[in-house]
Design a protein around this ligand. Structure first.
Ligand SMILES: [Zn+2]
Ligand SMILES: [Zn+2]
Length: 361
């Protein structure tokens, strides 16, 4: 890496002072520190560049200070030196990975469920849900420590404010992420959050549910997951939409299914039935001679997504109910009815008997 690239990476003007280099490096190295960006390959790349840029700018001065020989390092030696970078980085990233609970980081996204009725799905609706989220502690601003109680040195860096890594010829230091490079540590855990830096808070949120939302669909609410103690960045909240079971309707895609019981005599004589729909009752004409299982379609009475495409229908399936608990008189009338029935009264039965006869012959 040449000096110009290194200056660019650290965002510095030409000929920066040692303290300018140091403060730019500290700021950027902490921002892209592997502790704070676990499993983020983009941050990892930036972090490596920042460290190398810093070393590039720092090295000539260090050689001067230590009175190094004026002869320049041979190309071979420089090559060896640079090969060590990856070794050192592997230590830094290994260190970073160990104390961080990756599961915890990944789980900044929260999940919740919301139940909606089929009636609510006929239009756009809003539902209120209650979510318990972890938010950055307001009294310690996520540090986990009681304000104004700085005592002693940071344990992670032994008060140095930086952590040194050495591998063969190469040695570099990285600002300590545990104490933000300050080297200080306070002994008192924040009383409000018990030192966690975050507290749990129950919040009511409004979820907008579009008409005809599919069962199990996820609605994402950005920034309503858990907050990170250090950065305050929040994950997202994924809300799964569940349909409340309906006492009479079933949903199939955007269609709504209804089983409509009709008495045996109504089906035979014809009937004007009152059928429920998602938008109120409607009368349905059951023509004389309707068979069990026949489906009547009420166009557009299902669920309709916004834009009017794929509008669903209400499919009413007639279920003929056989009469039970007959009175004496009803029994007599039905017996009489049966006596005077001819095969033409029941064409389906006749067709079946004909087929059976040919099988038995
Ligand atoms: Zn706190
Ligand atoms: Zn430290």
């Amino acid at each position: 890496m040449n000096t110009t690239d290194a200056l660019n990476i650290l965002g510095l003007e030409k000929n920066p002072s040692t303290s300018q280099i140091k403060s730019a490096y500290k700021k950027l190295a902490l921002e892209f520190h592997p502790d704070r960006n676990p499993g983020d390959p983009e941050a990892e790349k930036r972090f490596k560049q920042i460290v190398i840029a810093h070393e590039t700018l720092k090295n000539p001065k260090r050689t001067e200070r230590h009175g190094a020989p004026r002869t320049r390092k041979s190309a071979r030696q420089r090559g060896e030196y640079e090969e060590k970078w990856e070794d050192i980085f592997s230590h830094i990233f290994k260190n970073a990975r160990e104390p961080v609970d990756e599961k915890k980081v990944a789980s900044r996204d929260l999940h919740a469920q919301v139940e909606v009725t089929l009636e609510e799905l006929t239009g756009d609706s809003e539902k209120e849900i209650s979510v318990s989220r972890r938010v950055r502690c307001a009294s310690c601003e996520g540090s986990g420590f009681e304000a104004g109680a700085r005592v002693g040195a940071c344990q992670a860096c032994k008060g140095a404010g930086e952590v040194r890594f050495r591998q063969g010829l190469a040695e570099l230091w990285v600002p300590c992420s545990a104490c933000n490079g300050s080297g200080e540590h306070t002994g008192l855990a924040c009383r409000a959050c018990g030192g966690e830096g975050v507290t749990s808070r129950r919040e009511s949120l409004q979820v907008a549910i579009p008409a005809a939302t599919k069962e199990g669909a996820q609605i994402k609410i950005k920034g309503k997951g858990d907050e990170d103690a250090r950065t305050g960045e929040a994950g997202d909240l994924g809300v799964t939409v569940r349909s409340k079971p309906h006492p009479v309707f079933r949903r199939e895609g955007n269609d709504i299914l209804l089983d409509l019981p009709v008495s045996f005599s109504q089906a035979a004589l014809g009937h004007e039935a009152l059928a429920p729909t998602l938008r109120g009752a409607r009368s349905v004409k059951i023509p004389a001679g309707t068979q069990s299982g026949r489906v009547f379609l009420l166009k557009g009475e299902g669920l309709s997504p916004a834009g009017g495409r794929n509008a669903g229908d209400l499919r009413i399936r007639v279920i003929i109910e056989t009469p039970t608990r007959l009175s004496e008189r009803q029994r007599e009338m039905l017996a009489e009815f049966q006596r005077i029935s001819s095969p033409s009264t029941h064409p389906r039965t006749r067709r079946f008997l004909d087929k059976m006869k040919s099988l038995l012959e």
